[in-house]
Design a protein around this ligand. Sequence first.
Ligand code: ADP
Ligand code: ASP
Ligand code: MG
Length: 409
Amino acid sequence: MALIVQKYGGTSVGTIERIQAVAGKIQTKAERGDQIVVVVSAMSGETNRLIGLADEIEEAPSPREMDVLVSTGEQVTIALLCMALHKMGCQARSYTGGQVQILTDKAHSKARIKDIDGARVKADLDTGHVVVIAGFQGVDDHGNITTLGRGGSDTTAVAMAAALKADECQIYTDVDGVYTTDPRIEPKARRLERITFEEMLEMASLGSKVLQIRAVEFAGKYNVPLRVLSSFDEGEGTLITFEEDNVEAAKISGIAFNRDEAKLTVLGVPDQPGVAHKILGPISDANIEVDMIVQNIAADEATTDFTFTVHRNDFTQAKEILQGVAESLQAQDVLNDDSVVKISLVGVGMRSHAGIASEMFGALAKEGINIRMISTSEIKISVVIDEKYLELGVRTLHEAFGLESEGAA
Ligand code: ADP
Ligand code: ASP
Ligand code: MG
């Protein structure tokens, strides 16, 4: 008998028919004798609808009330799914995050899970129930409802799997696994049978929203066997593996991209110690995360240009802060661009293959795509380019690195 945690995302429970289909899938597994814990998201579009309602009242609502609001989406789904399971003769019980005691810190809208009390869930499993848990939510020490950030139901599932020492955590979604890139952008993208945990972490942090990054981090920390599968079709999906040996020996495993980038440049700042700190200090004091940073060498040996990227949501605030900084540094000017994107190549194969960066830059150049910024690490290369070239850039690189066919590149 195995203990499995399954997670079904918004599209997978987007209608009553789909909830009934999910119930059927769960029942089949439960009848085989497995113990099943199910984590569900809100029905597709529901979380956005709730955010929209709040927007109609107030541009910046209370974070506490916002979490009370957006967590309701998942509560609807757990009840409906249990009803569908009951109708099929399957014993099932639903719980909100607070009822399970998914304890988090108090960072509303981006809370981190601190602890889970699995006792209640275990007791239900032992009496033959399927346990259905609302994803995306928890409670802080004072009983306030918190949420875990967009896509957070993935993290609930992985955290539950860790707490219960489940045999596998299965993330059911609207694609049948992790692909070489988002199949919505490149229809020739190929499903990977396996991807290393390290690569998945990079893909998620560089913009592949198929798994929430914190879910991948959690899986790594607690060694949770994780698989991404389709809710609609049968299949093996993609296994996130901790071993590198069996992974296809390609240079590149996947291409991630992020549309949420914005670029800021301070022109003509003095080339002196402490300038980077003077520019980025106020940005970080405002809790704005900086991603890529480039400082040019001083062409005239006196001044230099300093460029960095932030999330587009933080663009306006960062711009305002920078105006003040630029004045105090007597910089020449501040340039802003919020129509840039980041494309990244990811692969552990980079460790043993040289020249990937130049191959990447060559392929983009052939299409006339100008690279604005570059950053590299051991298993990834990222470039910032103009937004209008996103699709072309992804497809060009997908082809250049032979990702559509197995074992290529
Ligand atoms: P869910 O609602 O089930 O959580 P998400 O929309 O969060 O589903 O994640 C699934 C989506 O992730 C897919 O529909 C796909 O467009 C997108 N995606 C982005 N990158 C990838 C990738 N490398 N492989 C598979 N899907 C990806
Ligand atoms: N419903 C939440 C969201 O839309 C959480 C999730 O689906 O994982 O982000
Ligand atoms: Mg998701």
